[in-house]
Design a protein around this ligand. Structure first.
Ligand SMILES: NC(=O)CC[C@H](N)C(=O)O
Length: 234
């Protein structure tokens, strides 16, 4: 049976640091292998996000300038995005997008940029420093190693209902202090990885697609699609 999935590209015209849009190209690549037709639609300023219309959401990174603009607009989508997340909707959020799903982000100039508080993390700024460079982490559930490139001023601290996407092996991660990188809450995956993250970490792309498929087609036999996921070795 051919499957269809629709992905909302949140603020895709504004939040696209280091070609984060590449994550959608990678999702498309694996979707084809899973017999899935994936369509994507940008949901941006002054547009509503309908949680019933989308099976996946992607929110890329941005610089402080764009984040201030998006921070104001996204408040009107707060309820619908929160409903999607609480209803186990799968989402990938990178860097600036990750920060805006949380409580707030203190920008490099000290300004408070409100998030939507859908996830409980918060982000402060570092004085005259950025975390830049290659980063490697290990994900606890799958034992998989993820590779990426980070470039952020913000330092993020997770809430109790979140767990990190991975433990830092090399690089800085969320805050350079607690060895955590990114966040997982329900089916929301957050990370500081650009590169884009899914291009170098195909297993994560497949995991997101599979979550979306299982949620949309609960009665389907997805064993063939599942077999595309490389089982972790412990
Ligand atoms: N790359 C990004 O998305 C940057 C996010 C944010 N402006 C920071 O520097 O922390």
């Amino acid at each position: 049976m051919p499957y269809t999935l629709k992905i909302a590209h949140l603020y895709g015209d504004l939040m696209n640091t280091y070609g984060d849009i590449g994550n959608i190209l990678v999702l498309n690549y694996y979707a084809k292998k899973m017999n899935v037709t994936l369509t994507s639609e940008i949901v941006s300023l002054n547009q509503s996000f309908d949680p019933k219309k989308f099976d996946l959401a992607f929110f890329g990174g941005g610089q402080d300038y764009e984040q201030v603009i998006v921070s104001k607009d996204i408040q009107s989508k707060k309820k619908d995005l929160t409903d999607f997340i609480e209803d186990n909707g799968p989402m990938l959020a990178i860097c600036g997008g990750y920060q805006l799903l949380g409580q707030y982000y203190i920008g490099a100039a000290g300004e408070r940029i409100e998030g939507i508080n859908a996830l409980p993390h918060y982000t402060k700024s570092q004085d005259h420093n950025r975390f830049i460079g290659d980063i490697v982490i290990k994900n606890a559930e799958t034992n998989q190693t993820y590779h990426g490139f980070e470039n952020h001023n913000g330092i993020t601290f997770l809430g109790t209902s979140e767990r990190p996407l991975g433990t830092v092996i090399s690089g800085h991660g969320n805050n350079g202090q607690d060895k955590s990188e990114g966040a997982i809450y329900k089916n929301v995956f957050c990370s500081y990885f650009h590169g884009p993250i899914l291009a170098r970490n195909g297993e994560l792309a497949k995991r997101l697609l599979l979550i979306a498929l299982k949620r949309k087609y609960p009665d389907a036999d997805l064993s063939k699609e599942e077999s595309l996921i490389i089982k972790p070795t412990y």
